[in-house]
Write a protein that binds this ligand. Structure first.
Ligand code: SD4
Length: 331
């Protein structure tokens, strides 16, 4: 353990600014663990970390960017989240408003936007010149939304994250071969980078965790990933520890890997073994899944595991004068 307070999050590179902002808020500005996670994730939202956090990234089939975020307080076990949030850049802060000002846990879509605006957040266009250009290029290549029944997709194109349903008439579906043909090479078109962060306050033992992402490129409008799901995108129990996740959320959310990792630590596993165990549970069913988990116990001891790619994570704690990035090869 680098000592407390401490901040640890998925990815290095331009995510380091988030680690530093969160850590410095704890040591210099008297922020709470929850504040630190909000500040860290908001830093990535504003900086558009890797193009996959915040506005202007991962346009869906309609070229719109929507945001998923959650934040959790490891002392009260309250969590707040927004899913498929439209037209508001500050997803992590809206998630925190859900946590603090409602008795709900998750708000979704256009109605989450209404909630945000009614709480003083500003509605803005999340499309940028880059996201519009990438979406237009995808359309120009012949990729139009084609998942609807009775529209026959061109199998030569990997246009979207789905296997199309092909119907011969309105009531009967065609052969299993058509229905299961893997049209998509998911990893060729999607980047997976999400900020998931855990902060340990250092006095009083408080901990918080949070996640913010713009999800998956070319997603079907309305798609929600693992990010805003408590126990999947992240999870924290200050008595035990916390976890943050990144990767193929469509698969990961079926396993609640962060809940799993924290519970494994509760049963006595080290953070490293808990991370590996949670990833192996996914690998057993999905040998190609791309995942990355960063896991930390309440003392600041940490570990990580990944599958399908080399994952990096960043941390800073105690008297460290900078953030350290660790590279994690896939299991
Ligand atoms: C998602 N988990 O929406 C996110 C994307 C991601 O690293 O984590 N990328 O599926």
């Amino acid at each position: 353990s680098p000592g407390l307070p401490m901040v640890i999050n998925t990815w290095g590179g331009d995510f380091i600014a988030a680690t530093d902002a969160a850590f410095l808020s704890l040591v210099r500005s008297g922020a709470s663990a929850l504040d630190a996670v909000e500040i860290g994730c908001a830093t990535c939202e504003a900086n558009q970390c890797d193009g996959s956090v915040g506005y202007g990234g991962s346009p869906d089939e309609n070229c719109e960017t929507t945001l998923d975020a959650m934040i959790m307080d490891g002392t009260t076990m309250k969590s707040g989240s927004v899913a498929a949030l439209r037209r508001v850049k500050d997803a992590i802060s809206v998630a925190r408003a859900v946590l603090e000002h409602t008795t709900h846990t998750m708000l979704a879509g256009e109605l989450a936007t209404d909630f945000a605006i009614s709480n003083g957040f500003i509605a803005q266009n999340l499309t940028t010149a880059d996201s519009a250009a990438s979406c237009e290029a995808w359309r120009a290549a012949g990729c139009q939304p084609n998942y609807r029944i009775n529209v026959t997709p061109d199998p030569a194109k990997s246009c979207g994250p789905y296997s199309p349903v092909v119907a011969t008439n309105s009531s009967s579906l065609t052969s299993i071969t058509d229905r299961t043909s893997p049209l998509m090479t998911r990893r060729a078109i999607q980047g997976h980078d999400t900020i998931s962060m855990i902060a340990l306050h250092g006095s009083g033992g408080s901990m918080a965790a949070g996640t913010s992402t713009n999800g998956a490129s070319r997603k079907i409008p309305g798609r929600v990933g693992d990010g805003p799901i408590t126990g999947s995108g992240s999870y924290v129990d200050a008595d035990v520890g916390g976890c943050g996740a990144t990767g193929d959320g469509d698969i990961m959310m079926r396993f609640l890997p962060c809940y799993q990792a924290v519970e494994s630590m509760r049963q006595g596993m080290s953070p490293q073994l808990a991370a590996e165990d949670a990833v192996r549970r996914m690998l057993r069913k999905y040998p190609d899944v791309q995942s990355g988990l960063v896991v930390v116990n309440s003392k600041g001891e940490h570990g990580a595991a990944a599958s399908g790619w080399t994952f990096t994570y960043a941390y800073r704690g105690g008297s460290m004068d900078g953030t350290v990035v660790v590279s994690v090869p896939p299991l």
